[in-house]
Write a new protein. Structure first.
Length: 274
């Protein structure tokens, strides 16, 4: 059986988007890893699987699978790409999409730019955020033999944000993998390395669980902006510069939702065997 797919990216964070056939089991980890292979497959950071809407108040449901085959709760750039694809299909410039992390509302601003509401950030410790440690504005752990200070927040998926003097010199390849084995994060964690340039601008590199370092991470950009603002370093609107491009984040503070904005790009379309 063959299915159609679309390859898309947001600031270099790339996805394979498939409208999954009814009555066909979701792809297993082996199939996903094969599709994710950048030499032998389509190549992507995440596979985005579109499903029929589960409730009348959403346009579509979706599931997210990392390149290693593991399922994750949310993906900001992926949701933006899906919103563009679904919006074009249903001829709407505002859509609602549902994932295991909840519902996101999205607006299509034209020329490929999409903004989404990622919901209210959560700081409460839990097994999916920081396990076994009392809630704090800043946490400290010894990771890979280093004393590391970080902020933690969930935007449907868990993030640890580390302030660094320079993203170029940041130990992404050391601390990123090491955090995945830290008992405080039993489900793994996305690790952001944030360099504050000004109150309205940061530079960021992100090590994504199940993927590794990526050119961009939408929820990672949002997490950095939220943590930086909670530390009193950033304004409500921040431009987040990642290796793959710049994303805009707006967060007005406690109790307010986080909005993530940026360009989306359709790379190519194809057909592949299940």
């Amino acid at each position: 059986m063959k299915i159609d797919f679309i390859k898309m990216h947001g600031a270099g964070n790339d996805f394979m988007v498939v409208d999954w056939p009814k009555a066909v089991p979701l792809p297993d980890a082996e199939l996903i890893r094969g599709w994710a292979d950048r030499r032998l497959g389509v190549g992507f950071d995440q596979l985005l699987v579109l499903l029929p809407p589960s409730t009348a108040d959403v346009d579509r449901d979706y599931r997210i699978f990392n390149a290693d085959g593991g399922e994750v709760e949310q993906c900001g750039n992926g949701a933006r790409c899906l919103a563009r694809h679904v919006g074009a299909a249903v001829n709407k410039d505002a859509v609602r999409l549902s994932s295991p992390a909840g519902v996101v509302a999205a607006r299509l601003l034209g020329n490929g730019e999409v903004t989404i509401d990622l919901g209210v950030p959560r700081f409460e410790p839990s097994p999916s955020l920081v396990n076994g440690i009392a809630q704090a504005e800043r946490y400290r752990l010894t990771v890979a033999g280093r004393d590391v200070e970080f902020g933690a927040v969930s935007l449907g998926n868990p993030h640890a944000v580390i302030a660094v003097d320079s993203v170029v010199a940041a130990p992404v390849g050391i601390l990123g993998p090491a955090f995945q084995h830290e008992p405080a994060f039993p489900q793994g964690v996305n690790v952001g390395f944030m360099e504050v340039v000004s109150q309205s601008r940061v530079r960021l590199r992100v090590f994504e669980r199940g993927v590794g370092e990526t050119p961009a991470c939408g929820t990672g950009a949002a997490a950095a902006a939220v943590v930086g603002r909670s530390w009193g370093l950033l304004a409500a609107r921040v431009g987040v510069e990642l290796p793959g491009g710049t994303l805009g984040v707006e967060w007005q503070g406690d109790g307010a939702p986080v909005w993530l904005s940026g360009m989306t790009t359709i790379v190519f379309e194809g057909r592949i065997s299940i």
